[in-house]
Design a protein around this ligand. Sequence first.
Ligand SMILES: [Zn+2]
Length: 464
Amino acid sequence: MTTIRLTNSKTRKKEGFVPLDPSNVRMYVCGPTVYDRAHLGNARPVVVFDVLNRLLRHVYGAGHVTYVRNFTDVDDKINAEALRRQQAGSPGTLEDLIRERTEETIAWYHADMDALGALRPDHEPRATEWIGAMVAMTADLIAKGHAYAANGHVLFRVRSYQDYGKLSGRSVDDMIAGARVEVAPFKEDPMDFVLWKPSTDQEPGWDSPWGRGRPGWHIECSAMAQELLGDSFDIHGGGLDLQFPHHENEIAQSACAHPEGSFARYWLHNEMLQVEGKKMSKSLGNFFTVRDLLDQGIPGEVIRFVFLMTHYRSPMDWTAEKARQAEATLRKWRAATAGITATAPLPGVMEALADDLNTAGALAALHAAAGEGDWVRVKASGDLLGILTDDLGGWATAPQVDLSAQTRRFADLRTAAMASKDFSTVDALKAALIAAGVEVRMSKAGVELVPGPDFDPAKLEALK
Ligand SMILES: [Zn+2]
């Protein structure tokens, strides 16, 4: 059997992966807070851990892996949006509107991540469906002396857990100095974090021994992982930004509630995503969602391919140029592998993936095989990486047309129209292009014409 090696954040070493039970390899990955569309950075862990899930299934058997990824559907941003809708006159109770918002966001998330070829996890627990387990774990932590109730809140007593800070390699005192800790008069120590907090009438709440309230974010993952995977399981994953405090707090809660277990044995963290060399941010104007890219006509498979070009432990840079290269490569590979039935993947691809999920190395092996014309192996290895699959292929068979002449003509007419303030000619051309199934995208940068799903080459020809 292939030995998988993974860099364990807990030990800061690359280690041979030995599951507790090879007949049921268990992995938990922190999922999204469902208040809005997933941005491109949110999609990175989804693709990274999807590749790991596929690799584990390949090595241990598809029926021998349990992959859990949660939905955080208790959050102030969700409440705020529901409240905004209620104030804008939407019918229904606040609870109905919260449910409506989380339902639509989960549906978007599924559609967007499906488009990236990510297999759905085996379990996708929603926090609101496991409140009982969170209350029980919180009560247990109080009983064991690791938490205390104060002022309608329940707080975790950080100094009661000696190993706190081990994952991120920091001492509690260093963390106090560096972190934005919330100082509250009812806290025993500034580092203590919330397990339960009171809810106002305008916030969702559940009855508990500490009054009507809602769980803190960290306890959600500890409780759901415990319920679905047990007190010891194999892999816990998430973005590097979650290492502290979220994962540190998950460990503290789980280790103190279940000292007999080991919680997660291997911790994997993916590095962050940038756009054209800059941090993605709304203020820089380079903030976009997965849906934005899909709507621009960039196929989900191309986005996935760009992600795979960078090792998960390195920062990854999304660039338009990479997307262009990925699209050209995939178009070529798809044409060459059409009709081929997948068999065993290339040894080089397996080797690279087993070596700490080296997706860049796996793609290099694919390029080499493609260079030799070994399309059978390219196709089979693509399956393991979640590319060249039948589900994702629609885009590559869509007609490829050269619209450059029309684009130039349109741009010239538009420039002339802006000068003369007479837009009748450019409007007429736009209408004719749309009638031919061409999408016309205009921005400050210029004009872009893209063949849409109803593209009709004969109608375009008639325009010449
Ligand atoms: Zn989590």
